[in-house]
Ligand binder design. Structure first.
Ligand SMILES: Cc1cc2nc3c(=O)[nH]c(=O)nc-3n(C[C@H](O)[C@H](O)[C@H](O)COP(=O)(O)O)c2cc1C
Length: 170
């Protein structure tokens, strides 16, 4: 099984999550930061995994652009998607519908939110405003740091291992 993992990132949180998944999978995975390089032949892969952070309600541009340009190929493969965002009660379907074509959303084999992190100092300043903007409830309940959801990351890998790699041990 050949796996292609594509992601976009601004402050490397999504990249770190992509690497955590790769290390969990223990399989042949080709990794691309879509801002730096584009994969040549996605037809050659058996599973496509796409990772994107959310900025102001939208998936990152490099991912949206890639999806639109490669939609017909993606619709011919199993596609797993993970999103990275600071909104703990993130409404994934709402976010997806703002960024992806409807036919890809219904085609997704797996979709999960894997947490998020504010890494830059200037982002820390923005943090409260952004969290308040994305979710009023969240702003009230959230006093601590927003983190990568390691348990969700391992669950995401687990699904792939069990259902795609046929790993009976997981
Ligand atoms: C300007 C800005 C806007 C953001 N907008 C959202 C948002 O709408 N929803 C959300 O859940 N998280 C939002 N976040 C949080 C990011 O998704 C989070 O910091 C993520 O971990 C960034 O991932 P990256 O380092 O891979 O780019 C925002 C962060 C910044 C700095």
């Amino acid at each position: 099984m050949k796996i292609l993992m594509l992601y976009g990132t601004k402050s490397n949180v999504t990249k770190d999550i992509a690497r955590m998944i790769v290390s969990d999978l223990d399989a042949a995975v080709t990794l691309h930061n879509l801002k730096r390089s584009l994969p040549h032949k996605i037809e050659a892969f058996d599973l496509i995994v796409i990772g994107s952070p959310i900025y102001m309600g939208y998936m990152i541009k490099s991912v949206r652009k890639f999806v639109l340009r490669n939609l017909s190929s993606l619709l011919n493969k199993p596609v797993a998607l993970f999103i990275v965002g600071a909104d703990k009660q993130l409404d994934m379907d709402k976010y997806l519908s703002m960024s992806l074509p409807e036919d890809l959303i219904s085609h997704l084999w797996l979709k999960m939110h894997l947490g998020g992190e504010f890494r830059h100092d200037k982002h820390q300043i923005l943090r409260r405003i952004i969290i308040k903007q994305v979710s009023e409830e969240n702003a009230k309940s959230q006093s601590g740091a927003v983190n990568i959801d390691k348990e969700a990351v391992h669950q995401f890998s687990h699904h792939i291992k069990k259902e795609m790699l046929g790993d009976k041990r997981v």
